[in-house]
Design a binder for this molecule. Structure first.
Ligand code: GLA
Ligand code: ZN
Length: 656
């Protein structure tokens, strides 16, 4: 495992570079990301490049043994470029250009912007593509499916629609524009549904707009990567991402890239309500699932966060070390901390790095130094990966469609995924979070929550999986929409009805109201948000409603289909239901279960095919004790043990 830092040499006096690099080396830092936002320093005037300072920085870092991630700084076009070509500026939902002076203001569809982006990228790659210290490249920063309403985007969107549907008549048909006299008689009448919230907009138009925005940003990444590889075919390219409100289709975004990198900022305050999600394990598994392989953390929590929001608490003792190792436990092989030193100027001066404004290393830095030491003992993990029996399907498109039309109070796409994830994880299972179109054949159980918008490839994939003997879990709000985001004229769950062996005769979106269900064993659980009232055809009831006029109607079902089994969860419960449900499925599918893990203790396993390494992470503020089934060797303590004692946020890794 390699530990690194994000460093912004352009923000510090030159006299500090060497001191910083020396301290990095002494601390055990191995990787440094630079130049992420440094366009104005690299090209201070149009076509005038100044790379000498970067040569110096790279030489200093190299001298101290650092590997370098070099960034293409296109997130921050320089002021002269905005002034000379204001048409590159993104246009907001108010039809006004976004005020410059912050960052991320470029329209990724602007040809002028792309010309400049291509030029700076080419210059950097030509100069440093063969540099022995430069090991990887980062394109831009936290790219999203930006909605931009500039003239270029509008024109491209209209062409995108014409390409897809061939004619204006077909567009009218697909969008169902007879509603509210919305029929278009010319392409120019089609406008981006830019006024958010989108409740009053046409959902079919909204989903296509999202798809267009995804294609735009993904096309930008693909083209830039192509330009870079044309000069230096062997370079390794990534971009750093997270799950934002405008999350693009990450599966497509990373297709042309070599590896996934994640910006990992787990919350530092453990919520009082145990139903509130806390662990970031789900997001780490999602990042691994994007390409189905190990990933990097390009930015890792290092101090109190804040700037554009009030500051959070400072990471508790153990978190700097623990959360990096938690990322390792879920497949991150390299973790860079954001950032080496806290900015003294600019908007993010209170988003803290490892070293505070004082430039005096303190508690967090010393813990980071310990992390570097620990990481240096973990090279045996480098060749391992996670193999999972359980998968949860994450679909950016369903996530977005459910944002366009929130279904009921409190109903949240990611929450349902996270409930299932947390439930399987409670028993120490590795869980993959993957695309609905991923190869599912190796999984013992696949959970496909809220398959809201129909996608042929995904639906066929699920049928194939079950026919092949798999165990599938489907939920409420599946098969609701056709691929155009319009409702299907058939009883729910429409395309999945045969798999489920039951149909929804009526539904009750109860929002925040709480009711109960009772499972086959007589256990009662709270349910809320959504109640599908089910009529069984071939399925059996797993749980029934205890209240309301649909008391005794099935709420959760189980159906045998070919050689597989399909569960349908028609409502939304709290964590206790999902835990018992996952436990039953694991028993039935023969998945190993670790029972009685203390609350907050997370267990994953990485393997190299010969040896398994079990990670025990105490993601809680209480001490935890785990008794092992037999004595095992801890590679953290270099000692055999049969019990594991963990302080808050402490990790132990044992060889099985
Ligand atoms: C993101 C960005 C960083 C920085 C941090 C902290 O992860 O990628 O550049 O802005 O957030 O705000
Ligand atoms: Zn635009």
């Amino acid at each position: 495992m390699k530990i690194g830092v994000d460093y912004y040499p352009e923000q510090w006096d030159k006299s500090l570079w060497e001191k910083d690099a020396a301290l990095m080396a002494q601390t055990g830092v191995k990787v440094v990301r630079i130049a992420e936002f440094a366009w104005s320093r690299l090209e201070p005037r149009d076509g005038v490049f100044e790379f000498e300072w970067l040569d110096d920085v790279i030489a200093v870092l190299q001298r101290f043994g650092m590997e370098i991630v070099l960034s293409i700084p296109t997130c921050c076009p320089p002021m002269w470029l905005y002034e000379a070509h204001p048409e590159i500026i993104r246009v907001g939902s108010d039809e006004k250009q976004i005020q410059t002076g912050i960052r991320g203001h470029r329209c990724v569809n602007s040809p002028v912007f792309f010309t400049y982006a291509k030029r700076i990228a080419t210059q950097l790659v030509l100069r440093y593509g063969n540099h022995p210290a430069v090991k990887a490249w980062q394109i831009d920063n936290e790219l999203e499916a930006y909605p931009c309403c500039c003239d270029e985007c509008k024109a491209r969107f209209r062409n995108w629609l014409l390409d897809k549907y061939d004619s204006l008549e077909a567009i009218n048909e697909v969008f169902g524009t007879s509603v509210w006299s919305g029929e278009y008689s010319s392409m120019t009448q089609i406008q981006p549904p830019s006024a958010y919230p989108t409740e009053w907009q046409n959902p079919a138009l909204c989903l296509d707009w999202y798809r267009f925005c995804c294609d735009s940003v993904n096309g930008y990444v693909r083209e830039l990567a192509t330009v870079m590889r044309r000069e230096m075919p062997k370079i390794k390219i990534t971009t750093n991402t997270w799950i934002s409100g405008n999350a693009p289709d990450l599966y497509k975004m990373f297709e042309p890239l070599d590896f996934v990198s994640y910006d990992n900022y787990p919350p530092v305050q453990i919520p009082e309500d145990p139903e509130e999600f806390y662990s970031h394990a789900f997001f780490l598994d999602l990042m691994r699932g994007i390409k189905g392989s190990n990933f990097w953390v390009m930015e890792q929590l290092s101090g109190p966060t804040g700037s554009w929001a009030p500051m959070s608490s400072t990471p508790r003792p153990g978190m700097i070390m623990g959360y990096s190792l938690q990322a390792l436990a879920h497949g991150a092989d390299t973790v860079l901390h954001f950032r080496w030193r806290t900015a003294r100027t600019g908007a993010e001066m209170f988003w803290h790095g490892l070293i505070d404004h004082s430039n005096i290393p303190g508690r967090r830095f010393f813990e980071f130094a310990e992390l570097c030491k620990t990481a240096s003992k973990l090279s045996v993990i480098d060749t391992t990966e996670l193999v999972s029996d359980a998968a949860i399907l994450y679909s950016p498109e369903n996530a977005h469609a459910l944002k366009i039309q929130p279904q009921t109070e409190g109903y949240n796409y990611l929450d349902q995924l996270r409930y299932f994830h947390a439930a399987f994880a409670r028993f120490g299972a590795n869980v993959d979070v993957v695309s609905p179109e991923a190869d599912l054949s190796s999984y013992k159980v696949v959970v496909a929550p809220e398959m809201f918008v129909y996608k042929k490839a995904a639906a066929e994939n699920l049928y194939r999986y079950v026919i092949g003997g798999g165990t599938l879990v489907l939920t409420n709000r599946s098969g609701v929409k056709d691929n155009n985001n319009n409702c299907i004229m058939e009883s729910l769950p429409t395309v999945f009805k045969e798999l489920v062996g039951a149909e929804v005769t009526e539904y009750d979106p109860i929002g925040a109201k709480e009711q109960k269900i009772k499972d086959f064993a007589g256990n009662e659980y709270v349910c809320r948000q959504w109640c599908d009232i089910l009529r069984l055809t071939t399925a059996k009831a797993y749980a029934e409603y205890s209240d309301n006029y649909y008391r005794c109607c099935p709420a959760v079902t189980m159906n045998r289909y070919c050689s597989g089994v399909v569960y349908y969860v028609g409502t939304v419960c709290k964590s206790d239901f999902y835990e018992s449900f996952a436990g039953n499925i694991m028993r039935q599918t023969g998945m190993p279960r670790l029972k009685g893990l203390p609350k907050g203790v997370e267990v994953t396993t990485r393997t190299n095919g010969l040896d398994d390494y079990i990670f025990f992470f105490n993601n809680s503020e209480e001490n935890a004790k785990i008794t092992l089934p037999k004595a095992m060797f801890s590679i953290i303590d270099s000692a055999g043990k049969d019990t594991i004692d963990l302080k808050p946020f402490e990790m132990d890794i044992v060889r099985k």
